[in-house]
Design a protein around this ligand. Structure first.
Ligand SMILES: [Zn+2]
Length: 277
């Protein structure tokens, strides 16, 4: 089977590691070529009053490149939009469509466009970028009359599959227990986003923080429940009940067809019981 191409599009440096690093590690291990597209420059993500946006942008770009290297991601594209101020503009839709057309992924992994009670996951930039990515997959990257200025360099491209990171009502599960260590290593690359990464991994912190980025890291470290999971919806799962996969469906595809056949949701919580599946 030819190499499958995967593109992960997120709002900020570190989003891919929190939301999809285990799955990315498995995809890389299965021979997929993974591209990251990071929409913003991460210039707001610090509680250090001595930090400047200029310094932070450089730090976070390096952290993101290190995390990507840790996971075996082939390349990282930064679009450079202002952190915290992402809008659904023609410029952003064109830029994301251009990256989809440039790298021509079979699978796109993106954030959820929905507001939920999980405040960290449904950050304004995440919602905006998630919605833009879905709009670009269908129809903007596909249609040659959309963004005519991208032609002839960036020919239309049809993405076949999407995983949407989401914490509610998951529909497909990918067990990432066997790559949990590498996910944690990748997360640790984002040192500017943690006051004390090792401290966050203590079980008491894990149990105290069930939501947000600290929760994600904490839960990842709770020993026996290290089996983070991905969830997904497809026509092959008509019961709409979660299905646990050890290997990703993308690695089993036959390459038939050229249309968008499924939309998925993904989550990183490790405990199946906690997820109710
Ligand atoms: Zn984020």
């Amino acid at each position: 089977m030819p190499t499958q191409r995967v593109m992960v599009v997120t709002a900020h440096p570190d989003d891919s590691e929190f939301g999809a690093a285990g799955t990315v590690a498995k995809l890389v291990r299965d021979g997929c070529e993974v591209t990251y597209v990071i929409v913003t420059n991460g210039s707001k993500g610090s509680s250090d009053r001595a930090m400047t946006s200029e310094r932070l942008i450089r730090i976070r770009e390096e952290e993101q490149r290190n995390a990507a290297r840790t996971l075996g991601v082939e390349r990282v594209q930064f679009l450079g939009y202002e952190d915290g101020e992402v809008e659904d503009t023609r410029d952003l839709r064109r830029d994301v469509s251009r990256e989809i057309r440039r790298w021509r992924p079979d699978l796109v992994i993106c954030q959820s466009p929905s507001r939920t009670y999980h405040l960290g996951a449904s950050h304004r930039d995440h919602r905006t970028v998630g919605g833009v990515v879905l709009d670009c997959v269908y129809p903007l990257a596909r249609d040659h009359l959309a963004f005519p200025e991208l032609l002839p360099d960036y020919a239309p491209h049809k993405v076949r599959e999407i995983y949407v990171m989401q914490w509610e009502n998951p529909q497909l599960v990918v067990d990432i227990a066997d790559v949990m260590d590498i996910k944690i290593k990748a997360l640790a690359c984002h040192a500017s986003q943690f006051g004390d990464f090792a401290g966050l991994r203590r079980p008491e912190v894990a149990s105290a923080t069930q939501a947000g980025r600290r929760g994600a890291v904490g839960v990842l470290s709770t020993g026996s429940s290290q089996s983070a999971i991905f969830l997904f919806m497809s026509k092959s799962n008509p019961t709409n009940r979660p299905v646990v996969f050890d290997r990703l469906p993308i690695s089993r595809r036959t390459g038939r067809g050229n249309s968008l056949t499924s939309v998925g949701v993904a989550r990183i919580w490790p405990s199946r019981a906690r997820m109710g599946c």
